[in-house]
Design a protein around this ligand. Structure first.
Ligand code: AMP
Ligand code: MG
Length: 333
């Protein structure tokens, strides 16, 4: 198995692999990423191939210095208020689990952005990720989707990556379990291009909460979160990541409110996944627990939904997309 401890020797090794056009998996504070040099289109193509990710689903570009934004983003397209929003958000939430969708410079390959005029950028809060990206040289950047096969649960441990993609990835850096455990919040900065309001919008809830964003920018909106496995998101085209079914286990998954969960009859062969005492802990363990239950031979998994606030929005978003394949799951007993 290509799993190595994330010490400086192996980080340098992984950086060499990336610089030579290869791919490498590495930890971040959200989930494990499958990285490639953003400027190497062959390497980007390899990421899509290994994940079996459709090319219409763009990647997040990871940076290790704020100044690298200037090498990727066309700030001249942004209105002055949008420029101020970027500065404020970067100052407040970076490094951290916030991805900003910004107008791209021509030098950012269209493969990384699925042909969109925008590029999604994040400055991760993890020493291994930052050392790896930093080793790519000045203005180096690493395009990295989550290191899982497309549509499956995201990996929060090196062992998840090894089990899912281990035969196709030459190096997996093991930095232990991910602290946050759900993916970054994806925020479209809003810059008033034709047909769109000059309003920042959350395209995917994640590690930075709506409430925290609104403390800094009160006008932040959130696009309708995919409802419990029935309606396709109306935004699926402008943000391809908003797919109705995603992050899904193989075992049928049914969702329940806290009260429903307490009154469910316990069926042999079914698993029951409860929220933890804090929402942070629930998020940190969500994918790990789903992943484990998915491999334990159950015929169904029942999961408790989180309260619809704070990190609970990200948890429930992942749970609903994970249950979407199961069908009219929510009312199942
Ligand atoms: P992943 O890295 O696999 O967790 O997924 C990346 C997420 O970022 C997906 O939801 C993408 O649709 C979203 N994303 C990446 N680039 C863009 C972009 N230019 N515009 C809108 N969403 C994006
Ligand atoms: Mg993903």
């Amino acid at each position: 198995m290509p799993v190595f401890p994330a010490d400086s020797v192996h980080i340098r090794y992984a950086a060499n692999v990336l610089r030579e056009g290869g791919i490498a998996a590495f930890p971040t504070e959200t989930v494990y990423g499958l990285g490639a040099d953003v400027f190497n289109t062959d390497a980007l193509a390899r990421v899509f191939a290994v994940k079996r990710r459709p090319r219409f689903d763009p990647l997040i570009v990871h940076i290790a210095h704020r100044d690298t934004l200037d090498a990727l983003v066309d700030f001249s397209v942004l209105t002055p208020p949008a420029q101020r929003r970027v500065a404020l958000l970067a100052e407040t939430f970076w490094p951290g689990p916030l991805t900003l969708v910004l107008p791209k410079l021509p030098r950012v390959p269209g493969l990384a952005t699925a042909g969109l005029a925008t590029v999604a950028i994040r400055f991760p809060d993890h020493p291994v990720a930052l050392q790896l990206i930093g080793a790519m040289g000045e203005n180096g950047a690493v395009a990295a989707p989550s290191a899982n096969p497309f549509g499956y649960l995201s990996p929060t441990r090196a062992a998840h990556v090894a089990a899912q993609l281990g035969d196709q990835v030459p190096v997996i850096l093991d930095g232990g379990p991910c602290r946050i455990g759900v993916e970054s919040t994806v925020l479209d900065i809003g810059y008033g291009e034709s047909g769109k309001a000059d309003t920042p919008r959350i395209l995917r809830p994640g590690g930075v909460t709506l409430e925290a964003l609104r403390e800094v920018i009160p006008t932040v909106e959130i696009v309708e979160i995919a409802a419990a496995g029935n309606v396709p998101s109306h935004d699926a085209q402008s943000s391809p990541g908003l797919l109705k079914s995603h992050y899904a286990p193989t075992t049928p998954l049914y969702l329940h409110s806290r009260e429903e969960m307490r009154s469910l009859p316990k069926i042999p062969g079914h698993a029951y996944l409860y929220m933890e005492e804090t929402v942070q802990k629930s998020a940190a363990r969500l994918f790990d627990k789903l992943n484990a239950l998915d491999h334990e031979g159950y015929t169904a998994i029942h999961a408790e939904l989180a309260p619809e606030e704070g990190l609970g929005l990200a948890i429930n978003d992942r749970l609903r997309r994970a249950a979407a394949k199961t069908g009219a799951g929510q009312d199942h007993r």
